[in-house]
Design a protein around this ligand. Structure first.
Ligand code: SAH
Ligand code: SF4
Length: 362
């Protein structure tokens, strides 16, 4: 006999089959799932919502991921690289507005000039903020030495999404070559943990060829890997990418959105004390998407503080929100949004993953 959602929610551990059921919950069942995940969230991580000011400083990328609007083969993109002085100005803005932490993200590059530049920037950001600003980086796959160099220069968290824990699916959404190998992705996540980063990963939800079972395995992968932070969001098709061809096989945007909320809820129950980000892609589907995620499990939000003139060129997917607002507008708008989600802003607090502190004490 199949179990009811209520029965599953009473268990302390979930099997893959249980997770598949939870991910498919609708109506009252979905409400029960969200009730439980909000309770877990309040109990283990509280009401605080932490800000990470996001600087998308360059859309130049060596990779060619089949889903991404800024992939190297897309010739319609106007490529930019924000000057160091501008990045430092944005970092100063984050510091002065008590964001406490920022995220530096860009397309992937592995040349020496890029590596040195990041090292220098990290040191300068630490200096301009009296060592106070926490720095997360999200700069793709690198060697262990590079991860170590950036860690030593001041970065302490790293985001590298696994995109999918299923190797076959991973191979379907990336070009099949050594530059895009699932093994390397896994190896990099391991390096990040070994170096000592708070390690973040995530997946896209609603990809072509993806099943509920894949998503359940993704959540179990995060648990098994003992990940500290997760940022996962709906896949949103981009018409200048190869995966666009499969758009007719996708679930509706609204269904991808609901499924993302259920993924966040189940993850919060599985991994009670990790940091979970409310992905920007949620807001591309529902203007209140991130607030909904905060209510039922997420506790981190990443306001975009990229200098406005370049925002419109960092389009990983279509319909990206906030591409024409300045950083000040973002802060005000964020405050209102977080109050609405019944959260409290952790101004001036690093908001490290509690899971990480527990993990390194072991
Ligand atoms: N180049 C770095 C960081 C920028 S891309 C990297 O790849 O790690 C950051 C994330 O954007 C990716 O991990 C991917 O999950 C997400 N992304 C890319 N294209 C997307 C799309 N079409 N829809 C939703 N998310 C997308
Ligand atoms: Fe480049 Fe990241 Fe986009 Fe892949 S997902 S093409 S690595 S920016």
């Amino acid at each position: 006999m199949t179990k009811s959602i209520e029965q599953i929610l009473l268990q302390n551990e979930y099997s893959k089959e249980d997770i598949v059921c939870l991910l498919q919950a609708t109506g009252e069942d979905e409400k029960a799932l969200f009730r439980k995940s909000s309770e877990v969230k309040l109990k283990y991580v509280g009401k605080n919502v932490y800000f990470r000011g996001l600087i998308e400083f360059s859309n130049i990328c060596e990779k060619d991921c089949l889903y991404c609007g800024i992939r190297s083969s897309n010739r319609h993109v106007s490529r930019y690289n924000i000057a160091d002085a501008e990045i430092l100005k944005a970092a100063k803005f984050a510091y002065e507005n008590k964001y406490a932490s920022l995220v530096l993200q860009s397309g992937e590059r592995s040349d020496k000039a890029f590596i040195n530049r990041i090292t220098k920037l990290l040191k300068e950001i630490k200096k301009l903020s009296n060592n106070e600003l926490g720095i997360t980086i999200s700069l793709g796959e690198q060697t262990k030495e590079t991860y170590q160099e950036w860690f030593d220069a001041g970065a302490h968290r790293y985001l590298l999404r696994i995109e999918s824990s299923n190797k076959d699916l991973y191979n379907k959404i990336h070009p099949y070559n050594e530059k895009h190998s699932h093994e390397t992705r896994l190896k990099c996540l391991q390096y990040l943990q070994d170096v000592g980063y708070q390690t973040g990963t995530g997946v896209m939800i609603g990809l072509p060829f993806q099943s509920y079972e894949d998503l359940a395995n993704d959540l179990l992968f995060m648990q098994k890997f003992d990940i500290d932070m997760v940022g996962m969001g709906p896949y949103i098709e981009h018409d200048e990418t190869p995966l666009y061809e499969f758009r007719d096989s996708l679930m509706s945007l609204n269904d991808r959105f609901r499924l993302t909320l259920r993924m966040i809820a189940v993850l919060r129950i599985l991994m009670k004390d990790i940091n979970i980000a409310a992905a920007t892609a949620l807001q591309a589907i529902d203007p209140l998407g991130r607030e909904k995620a905060l209510r039922l499990g997420a506790n981190v939000i990443m306001p975009n503080i990229t200098p406005t003139n370049e925002r419109a060129n960092y389009l990983l997917y279509k319909n990206k929100p906030c591409i024409d607002e300045g950083a000040d507008d973002c802060t005000n708008c964020m405050e209102a949004r977080i109050n609405m989600a019944d959260g409290e802003i952790g101004y001036g607090k690093w908001g490290d993953s509690k899971h990480f502190s527990r993990r390194i004490k072991k």
